[in-house]
Ligand binder design. Structure first.
Ligand code: GTP
Ligand code: NA
Ligand code: MG
Length: 345
């Protein structure tokens, strides 16, 4: 448990990768949802955000994770589109990330947006793990629902296992060509030096316990210092979408990545012409494990602490822009914050 008494910030985990390699399906498996089935053309077209609490992580990870080893509140997953036309959204998702999961279809291997995602991670210096997805499509595979990967491998024929290994070694080779020394995650000692590859299936859930264990371990071990910083300062976020909501007019779906935002506070938001200065009327938080893109039953709350997805209702948001910064003014000079927002646009 957390001994220093400070609230630790929830780490932000971006999920990146080529179109249809299984990012949304993986998140559906983790949060027990079916967001992917509701997507037009089975294509993700916006950035998503889902708060997955520590209890969900440890339930899914089973014997691999002991929740008392962790004092992080959970993980905030950011889903991104893999379709080539959404490169701005991938870069935005990558910029928000503390750590990332690069999802690669183990049969398809490296594809153009896999390379693009790797470039984003390199540029932003974001530590990442690779989810080698769709292992259940290996010829002769004997599916094992939700079990750790070693247990699944024990149930496979030698032939199926060696077919999978061929694909995995190819992936390790592609990562090496991209400049990253990688290996099966269970052989990795130092996740800052080597990229861990986690074989899994978003469809059957096998290997997903391993991925969650690696993500919690990475966060706890390498991010704790960063997560303790400025936990109650004035909130900072990025607008995901500007949406009309019944009874509220234009609202903002925001990823709050730092600090706290409260009802009644003055905020500055990037707008199409000028930064918008307005006052928070309502804060609507998606339930735990709910994707902000799909949520219908937001909870009304007094304040929200980072990292979180939150819908902000306030007057005069019609000209707010996706991708724009949101800043809580608190005890600072409004003009100073307006200048800060203008600079970031
Ligand atoms: P974009 O967001 O559009 O880039 O796609 P995505 O990466 O989110 O992939 P998505 O979750 O939409 O999955 C694409 C297709 O692959 C869907 O038909 C999924 O059912 C299928 N799929 C995803 N993961 C697996 C898996 O582990 N095994 C199998 N057999 N199919 C999978
Ligand atoms: Na898709
Ligand atoms: Mg998707």
């Amino acid at each position: 448990a957390n001994t220093d008494g400070d609230a630790l910030r929830t780490p932000i985990v971006a999920v990146l990768g080529h179109v249809d390699h299984g990012k949304t399906t993986l998140l559906d498996r983790i949060r027990g949802s079916a967001v992917q089935e509701g997507e037009a053309g089975a294509i993700t077209q916006h950035i998503g955000a889902t708060a997955v609490p520590l209890e969900t992580v440890s339930e899914m990870a089973g014997a691999l994770v002991d929740p008392s080893d962790f004092d992080l509140p959970g993980l905030l997953f950011i889903d991104t589109p893999g379709h080539h036309s959404f490169s701005t959204l991938r870069a935005r998702g990558g910029a928000l990330a503390d750590i990332a999961v690069l999802v690669v279809d183990v049969n398809d291997g490296f594809q153009p947006q896999t390379e693009e995602a790797i470039d984003i991670l390199r540029r932003t210096g974001t530590p990442f793990v690779v989810a080698a997805n769709k292992i259940d499509t290996t010829p002769g595979w004997n599916p094992q629902e939700d079990v750790p990967i070693q247990q699944s491998l024990e149930a496979q024929s030698d032939r199926a296992e060696s077919r999978l290994n061929e694909n995995l070694y190819e992936l390790v080779g592609d990562l090496s060509d991209a400049g990253f020394s990688a290996d099966f995650y269970w052989r990795v000692q130092d996740f800052q030096k080597n990229v861990g590859v986690v074989p899994l299936s978003a469809m059957t859930g096998e290997g997903v316990p391993d991925l969650l264990t690696v993500l919690m371990g990475l966060s706890q071990r390498y991010l704790k210092g960063e997560m303790a910083v400025d936990a109650t300062g004035p909130g900072k976020g990025t607008v995901l979408e500007v949406k009309e909501e019944r009874g509220f007019g234009a609202t903002l779906d925001v990823v709050l990545y730092d600090g706290v935002i409260r009802i009644g506070e003055t905020i500055v938001v990037g707008g199409q012409n000028e930064p918008i200065v307005t006052e928070v009327r309502a804060l609507l938080q998606p339930r735990p494990n709910a994707e902000i893109r799909a949520e219908k039953r937001f909870e009304t709350v007094e304040e929200v602490a980072a990292a979180a997805g939150v819908k902000i209702a306030a007057p005069d948001l019609d000209e707010a822009m996706a991708g724009a910064p949101v800043r809580v003014v608190r005890d600072r000079d409004v003009d100073e914050v307006v200048a800060e927002v203008r600079e970031e646009l």
